[in-house]
Design a protein around this ligand. Structure first.
Ligand code: PA5
Length: 446
């Protein structure tokens, strides 16, 4: 994996980026030595190099159980950090048309990431005629969206196969000791996995939160961990700034931010990467967006969005920069056929690989956007696979920790997320919210 910032230096001189060398390296050290803000949430830093064999085996056992039982669907209920890492990995690694293809592995469907009645109704309707299991993931165990979904799923499964059998098909991933889900799992006798105390939701993809759904879907979690462990080593304290791509990425985006580039657009040229961008948006949005500071994380899938967002990127408000995830090799090869009529005048592309056209679109777009005033950072990965995704996840996580510290915020809390919950509970007349309830109802009338 490589980082290329050559198309940034026309906007921010390299000297300015490298002026952050000392502080960026100190922040790497602070993440390891737990001396910075949010230091009780740094368990993810050494996670790749410390994952225990017993945990991986237990995860693989559950995956094998569902497979042996020929379970068709496993519904994973979770939201935010308890959803996006697994979703991103499964989308990236799966066949683009997996829904339509047979597989020896259960299909993973997500729930609890919204409160849409139609979504949940249609899900239960589908599950009526399918064999299925449920993995419920919530660190707090009290998050409304997955808790509502799990109520429905639990009741549905118990009705369908009986309470005694249902418990064998339900797995809970939650806090080791506390929370409603931990209590429920103990009462019902569910198999459980622990989300470590010191790992926050958006940094938890390499815990059972991400690993369990990924293993159930048939992907190699050991390769994912290996990639992350190699990236941990490549970005650890003691690695020179010039060699530490996470520190360089953090320093680059920090200087772009100081130069007025307050929106970062993560761009990919493969639809499979769409949810990697969603995961990345949560990671950076929740980590940096506080105290009236922070780069706004946005994303596009190209070339599709060149026909929608492309106009804005090229000529809109000049407060944006772009970070492209560039994939060197595709999994498959396909060439464009010649056509004797050539009505579309595309015979100059005859026999060219589709990926060559995609790559030229990528390079052409980069130059056009740079010409339009949009600095471009390129993250180059050799291919989309478990190993490289592991590297990419850890790279973004450690760079996010450094970025938050450069900005002067605590990148490991999310106090702002509570505001909507308070109003929602007040509007729903939750006991204990009586005073708030009166206030919000008056405000809605104004
Ligand atoms: O990053 C975070 O901490 C959040 O996005 C959480 O992951 C999200 O709110 C879900 O929380 P929980 O796992 O407690 O249900």
């Amino acid at each position: 994996m490589k980082l290329n910032i050559s198309k940034v230096t026309g906007f921010v001189p390299e000297g300015k980026i490298y002026a952050n060398k000392q502080s960026a390296l100190e922040h790497v050290k602070a993440l390891y030595e737990k001396t910075g803000k949010g230091n009780d949430f740094l368990g993810w830093v050494r996670l790749p190099s410390s994952v225990e064999e017993s945990e991986l085996s237990a995860i693989e056992d559950v995956a094998a159980f569902y497979r042996q039982q020929k379970v068709e669907i496993v519904v994973v209920a979770g939201i935010g950090g308890s959803y996006l890492g697994a979703k991103a990995t499964l989308e990236a690694l799966s066949d683009n048309f997996w829904q339509m293809k047979d597989s020896e592995y259960p299909k993973i469907i997500f729930a609890g990431q919204n409160i849409s009645e139609d979504y949940l109704y249609e899900l239960l309707d589908l599950l009526e005629t399918r064999s299925y299991g449920v993995v419920v993931i919530s660190k707090s165990g009290t998050t409304t969206e997955p808790a509502v979904a799990f109520r429905l799923l639990k009741a549905h499964l118990e009705k369908k196969v009986g309470k005694a059998k249902a418990k064998d098909y339900i797995v809970a991933v939650t806090d080791g000791k506390r929370g409603a889900l931990r209590t429920l799992a103990a009462q019902e006798g569910y198999r459980t996995f622990v989300i470590p105390d010191d790992v926050g939701g958006r940094y938890s993809v390499l815990t059972p939160v991400g690993l369990l759904p990924i293993a159930i879907a048939g992907f190699d979690v050991r390769q994912l961990i290996q990639g992350a462990a190699d990236m941990q080593q490549a970005t650890a304290p003691g690695v020179a700034f010039e060699e530490n791509i996470a520190a360089i990425y953090a320093a680059t985006r920090y200087e772009l931010y100081r130069a007025g580039k307050t929106t970062e657009i993560l761009a990919g040229y493969h639809p499979k990467l769409l949810y990697v961008a969603e995961w990345w948006k949560q990671l950076y949005g929740e980590s940096e967006g506080k105290e009236n500071k922070g780069i706004f994380p946005a994303s596009v899938t190209l070339t599709a969005d060149l026909h929608s967002m492309g106009q804005y990127i090229q000529e809109g408000l000049r407060n944006i920069f772009e970070t492209v995830i560039s994939v060197e090799r595709t999994a498959h090869k396909l060439r464009i056929p010649p056509d004797t009529a050539n009505l579309d005048t595309l015979n100059f592309l005859s026999d060219k690989r589709i990926d060559e056209v995609n790559k030229m679109a990528e390079l052409g777009t980069m130059l056009a956007h740079v010409d339009g005033g949009v600095p471009n950072i390129r993250i180059e990965i050799p291919a989309i696979n478990e190993y490289n995704l592991g590297k990419l996840f850890y790279f973004f996580e450690i760079a996010c920790g450094i970025s938050g510290y450069l900005l002067g915020v605590n990148p490991f809390d999310q106090p702002g997320v509570e505001a909507y919950k308070k109003n929602m509970f007040a509007l729903l007349d939750k006991p204990g919210y009586e005073e708030e309830s009166r206030k919000v109802k008056v405000r809605l009338q104004q």
